[in-house]
Ligand binder design. Structure first.
Ligand code: ADP
Length: 385
C-alpha cells in the first residue's frame, strides 16, 4: 500500500518533488537532502564572488565542488559553514537554515579550511581536546572521541608531538580529525590535498573516501582527477555560477560520447584566414564547436567537436575542399573529461587549473598554519559595497 504521494513544488525556477504522507501512521519523511542551496549570492565591493548558485546534496554522498581558482568555491564553503553571511539567497544544512539557525548548522558541520586551523605550539591530542571542548564535548565522551579520531585519521603516533613540528600530511590529517571530532553529519573540505606530496595525497583521498560512509561530504577542489577518484557527484562552478551538476559517471560518459577531430588546413594558393575556415566548418551538420588551435605549415590546425557516431569526417573534408583550401590532415582525437570541464568552464586557464594532479601543480601551503579553529571567520574580508 502506498504510504506517500509525490507532489511537485517550485523551488526557485526548478520544480522539486516532495513526499506527502498519506496516512497518519506513516513514518516521518526521511530527509534525503542533507544540503540545499538556493540562489546563494555573495558580493564584495568589486566582485560578485558567488552569483545565484543553487544545488543540493543527498545524505551520505561525497560531492566534488570543482572549479578553477577564483570560481567562488571557498566563498560558498564559508557561507555554508556560517562564517560569511550571504548577500542574498538561502541554504540549509540538515534542515537548518544557515542564517536563522547557524548554531544548529555549526553543530552539524565539520570544516577543514584550505589551511588547517591549528595552533603550532599545541600537541596533537591536546589540540583535539581543545577543539572537542569548543564543540561541547566533555569528560569521558571527549576522551573517547579524541582517541577515536586520532585512530581514524592515523595521527595517534604523534599525539604528544607539537603540531608545528608535524609534516604537512600529518597536519592535514589532524585537520580532518578536528573536523570530525563532534561526529558531524556534514564534512566540508576546502582543497584538502593542497600542498601535499603524491603519497600524502593518496593517503588523504583514501581517508576521505573512508569517511564518506559516515558523513555527507563536500570536497572543494580545482583538481579534476581528485573528483574522479573520490566523488560520486560533481558540481562545477565557474565565475561564481554553477555550470553543471552531474554524476562523475555521466560526465565521463559525456566525454566518451563526444568526438574531437583535428584538421590541418593549408592554403591552396595565396593566403588563408583561420576564422574563415572556422566559420565554414561550423556550418557542417553535427559539429558543435570549432576551435583554432595553432599555425602549422603555412596553414592552421583546427579542432572540431561532434557527437560520437555523427560521421562528420566526410563532410568536414568536403567543406575544406569546397572552401578552396588543402586538407593536409584529418584525424580523430578522444575527448577527455578535462576537455568536457574546459568546455563547461570555457577558458584555457580553467583547463590548466583542472588538469594537474602533481605536487608541482598544487599550490604550496608553506605558510604557517593559521590560528585558532575557525578563526578565519572574518579574515581578509573586503567591506561590502
Ligand atoms: P575559489 O575558492 O574558487 O578559488 P574564492 O571563493 O576564493 O574562489 O574567490 C571568488 C572570487 O571572490 C575571486 O574573484 C576572489 O578574488 C574574490 N574574493 C574572495 N574573497 C574576497 C574578499 N575577502 N574580498 C574581495 N574579494 C574576494
Amino acid at each position: 500500500m502506498a504510504v506517500s504521494a509525490r507532489a511537485s513544488r517550485m523551488w526557485g525556477s526548478r520544480p522539486v518533488f516532495v513526499d506527502i504522507p498519506l496516512t497518519r501512521k506513516s513514518k516521518p519523511n526521511v530527509r534525503r537532502k542533507m544540503i540545499t542551496v538556493n540562489a546563494l549570492t555573495r558580493k564584495y565591493a568589486r566582485t560578485t564572488a558567488v552569483n545565484q548558485i543553487s544545488f543540493s546534496v543527498d545524505k551520505g554522498q561525497i560531492v566534488g565542488f570543482l572549479g578553477p581558482n577564483g570560481a567562488g568555491k571557498t566563498t560558498t564553503m564559508r557561507m555554508l559553514t556560517c562564517f560569511l553571511p550571504p548577500s542574498s539567497g538561502t541554504a540549509t544544512v540538515a534542515g537548518f537554515d544557515i542564517l536563522d539557525q547557524s548554531m544548529e548548522v555549526r553543530r552539524r558541520i565539520g570544516y577543514l579550511p584550505e589551511t588547517p586551523p591549528i595552533y603550532p605550539e599545541m600537541a596533537t591530542a591536546e589540540y583535539l581536546r581543545f577543539v572537542g571542548r569548543l564543540k561541547g564535548l566533555r569528560g569521558a565522551e571527549l576522551e573517547k572521541r579524541v582517541d577515536y579520531v586520532m585512530g581514524r585519521c592515523s595521527v595517534a603516533d604523534v599525539k604528544a608531538k607539537q603540531l608545528g613540528k608535524l609534516s604537512k600530511g600529518y597536519r592535514q590529517r589532524v585537520g580532518l580529525a578536528q573536523a570530525i571530532i563532534h561526529n558531524p553529519d556534514v564534512l566540508i573540505l576546502d582543497e584538502p590535498t593542497a600542498g601535499l606530496d603524491p603519497k600524502q595525497i593518496n593517503e588523504t583521498r583514501d581517508l576521505i573516501k573512508d569517511l564518506a560512509g559516515e558523513h555527507t561530504i563536500i570536497l572543494s577542489t580545482h583538481i579534476l582527477p581528485e573528483v574522479e577518484q573520490t566523488c560520486q557527484q560533481v558540481i562545477i562552478i565557474n565565475k561564481g555560477r554553477v555550470v553543471a551538476t552531474d554524476s562523475v559517471a555521466n560526465l565521463q560518459a559525456r566525454a566518451r560520447n563526444a568526438e574531437t577531430m583535428i584538421l590541418e588546413v593549408a592554403p591552396r594558393d595565396g593566403s588563408i584566414q583561420a576564422e574563415q575556415v572556422q566559420r565554414k566548418l561550423e556550418q557542417v551538420a553535427g559539429v558543435s564547436r570549432v576551435q583554432i588551435k595553432d599555425r602549422r605549415n603555412g596553414g592552421f590546425l583546427l579542432e572540431t567537436e561532434s557527437r560520437k557516431g555523427e560521421l562528420v569526417r566526410g563532410d568536414l573534408a568536403r567543406a575544406v575542399i569546397a572552401g578552396g583550401w588543402d586538407l593536409n590532415e584529418l584525424r580523430p582525437a578522444a575527448m577527455s573529461l578535462e576537455e568536457v570541464f574546459l568546455q563547461l568552464t570555457g577558458s584555457d586557464s580553467a583547463a590548466q587549473e583542472a588538469k594537474p594532479d602533481t605536487a608541482a601543480n598544487t599550490p604550496a601551503a608553506d605558510s604557517e598554519p593559521a590560528g585558532p579553529p575557525h578563526a578565519d571567520a572574518a579574515q581578509g574580508e573586503e567591506p561590502q559595497a
